[in-house]
Design a protein around this ligand. Structure first.
Ligand SMILES: Nc1nc2c(ncn2[C@@H]2O[C@H](COP(=O)(O)OP(=O)(O)O)[C@@H](O)[C@H]2O)c(=O)[nH]1
Ligand SMILES: [Mg+2]
Length: 352
């Protein structure tokens, strides 16, 4: 029986990192693994990362899987027929909540041939503590984050490798005080520490999330307070190319142009045999570059930008343009771009 694992949690918490690390571990044990990625818009870095890692993936873009449930189950059916996976890993949009009622339970009803694993909410403890303490997110957006933890069967405090013990215990105590019967685990998707404990639990038992009330007006306001930008940019080096230097420069300049640390900025740069991905999150505000292919780059590169902020979407395109204009060694042309705030969530099914 195929086990379906939904890895929820807020933007930048580490869902894709956890999903890929899990897939690699399962594949090493001879399991067939497929994934579903999901975003509000096309040009997704996560899908490219999953496919680069040689895993089969379906992408649902243009809305969350609860609002595109029929398309989602269609893609699951296709993956099942084509690849007969042992495990299906699903990453919903990070600003999505009420997944237990709108995804897990409808799946259990409509696809009984799947074994649905407990719902996980991945949490970046440092980012969450900042939100709780200083309100770095609008109240309604913090509501989504809180409800994600409340509905999860397992709350996974990720990034244990960069989180102090004090932050870990403060966050753990805060969740225990708010969420009755919370099952909280700690791990690092990056180093692998604690991952076996989590994966043993999700792979060995079933779950359908907790029954919670979600106020859809607050949820919609929380999503609408976010500005999203997905863009593809053609870059041209004006001197000898040095993309390892130019990628973080682009990201630093974009953060400066917005005058804000984004909720999550993720960029993938490809130039001939050189490929690198880089991230900025509130808990790691300096761009973290990871080279995926260290071959020789050429004078041209393609840059895919996935940006999620707590800023109005109208400021994002001008910020991108001024960033490209300010680059020291690079000229950039926007090939495609969309910036928006997510539309009100309207799930196809809701099983209480
Ligand atoms: N130090 C550290 N960084 C992590 C860990 N998990 C994810 N990250 C980083 O957090 C950022 C966002 O990760 P990503 O998986 O894209 O988050 P998503 O938006 O929830 O899918 C990236 O820079 C990751 O490298 C972890 O366990 N430790
Ligand atoms: Mg992701």
């Amino acid at each position: 029986m195929t086990r379906l694992v939904v890895i929820g949690g807020f933007l930048g918490a580490g869902k894709t990192t956890l999903m890929l690390a899990t897939a690699r571990r399962l594949a090493a044990r001879g399991k067939r693994v497929c994934m579903v990625t999901n975003d509000q818009a096309a040009d997704m870095v996560d899908t490219l990362l999953v496919r680069r890692a040689q895993f089969s993936a379906a992408e649902i873009s243009g809305g969350c899987i609860c609002c595109r449930f029929t398309e989602f189950t269609g893609e699951i059916g296709r993956l099942m027929r084509r690849h007969k996976p042992d495990v299906l890993l699903i990453e919903p949009v990070g600003s999505c909540v009420d997944l237990a009622a709108t995804v897990l339970r409808p799946l259990m009803q409509q696809l009984p041939e799947l074994s649905v694993a407990p719902l996980t909410a991945v949490v970046d403890p440092g980012a969450w503590l900042r939100i709780e303490n200083g309100g770095s997110l609008p109240r309604e957006t913090a509501y989504i984050y809180r409800k994600q933890m409340a509905e999860a069967d397992i709350v996974l405090l990720n990034k244990s490798d960069i989180t102090s013990r004090r932050t870990m215990s403060l966050v753990r105590a805060g969740i225990e005080a708010r969420v009755p019967r919370a099952r909280i685990l700690a791990a690092s998707a990056q180093t692998g520490k604690g991952m076996d404990r989590w994966s043993n639990q999700v792979l060995a038992s079933t779950g359908s999330g907790k029954r919670i009330r979600v106020n859809y007006d607050t949820y919609a306001k929380g999503e609408q307070a976010l500005g999203w930008l997905n863009a593809t940019v053609a870059l041209q080096a004006t001197k000898a190319p040095a993309w390892r230097r130019d990628l973080p420069e682009f990201m630093r300049r974009l953060c400066d142009a917005m005058d804000a640390v984004p909720v999550h900025l993720k960029c993938l740069l490809t130039s001939e045999a050189f490929v690198a991905v880089a991230n900025v999150t509130p808990s790691s505000p300096a761009p973290m570059v990871r080279v995926l292919a260290a071959g020789r780059g050429g004078p041209n590169a393609e840059l895919i930008v996935n940006l999620r902020t707590a800023l109005p979407p109208r400021v994002l395109r001008p910020a991108l343009i001024s960033t490209l204009e300010g680059m020291t060694h690079v000229r950039g042309t926007i090939v495609s771009e969309c910036s928006f705030a997510p539309a009100r969530p309207v799930p196809e099914y809701r099983v209480r």
